[in-house]
Design a protein around this ligand. Sequence first.
Ligand code: ISE
Length: 339
Amino acid sequence: MSDLRVAVLGVGLMGADHVVRIRDRISGARVSVVNDYLTDKAEEIADRIPGCRAIADPLDAIADTDVDAVVLATPGATHEKQLLACLEHGKPVMCEKPLTTDVETSLEVVRREAELGKRLIQVGFMRRFDDEYMALKALIDDGGLGRPLVLHCAHRNPAVPHGFDSAMVVRDSLVHEVDVTRYLFDEEIVAIQIIKPAPNPSGPEGLADPQIAILRTASGRHVDVELFVHTGVAYEVRTEVVGEKGSAMIGLDVGLVRRTGPGIWGGQITPSFRERFGRAYDTEIQRWVDAVHAGVNVDGPTAWDGYAAAAVCAAGVESLQTGLPVDVNLVARESIPGA
Ligand code: ISE
């Protein structure tokens, strides 16, 4: 079986990570093309990968005959056009979240893929590939907690890039818990409320941080999430499910606990999501490559999952303005055969 020839579009933080991942740790694939709006950067990365070329136009990169499949790590605003090009050329695509930046275009992508009658799009919600999340999901599905009732989450980042605004806390950070909720509970989210406590005075001016999100699922389950994206400490993602017969928690991040003298006790907290979810990204990309080789193209979150997350986040951004609960507006899945 020959290697899958992958084009990586967007070689910023995540894209550059995926290039190295595919080169060093993924079997059955190689990076044949890279693209970035910073053409020098793409050229520089291509030079480091045997058999890889930089192509300046993302749509040319997708269409290139030396490309079997695509990893999209470009800014969200460019995804719609690039995803539609992948569908047009029949090329499987692993798209970093978000699917697109608004609900209408996400729905359009879902519809266009469904019309093709085969799945080509996987969305990069990597937590579904993390060992701890998978263990929690297995525990719930095996009935180990009885009926799951409540989900408590904390999502803390040490810092966020310049320009990260209050709505991005919802669309870029909370979106992971939105997907985790749908994954663990296997049902849609019907309402969301965002509460803004007094902001951290040491955080960026004007940023509503922390935020508290309250979600309600179709069957009435409760989810709360503390989002705090500028703690100045480290990366902390904790998830606790409380069920009818007990509770389970992941993300304690204890690792090695050191006791050395004189009187020293402690360990290290993971610095960022790249370390915390590094193995999950490896598993995600390897399973995607294997799925493309097997002809099923997707082994994980689908375009529908990307659309559903976008719809919840849009309602969340609305709630951010008013502080009130907002109903999620989702089309009926059955209305799009094949979605
Ligand atoms: C970032 O884009 C991610 O995806 C991280 O997982 C998340 O923790 C962070 O808040 C986001 O900005």
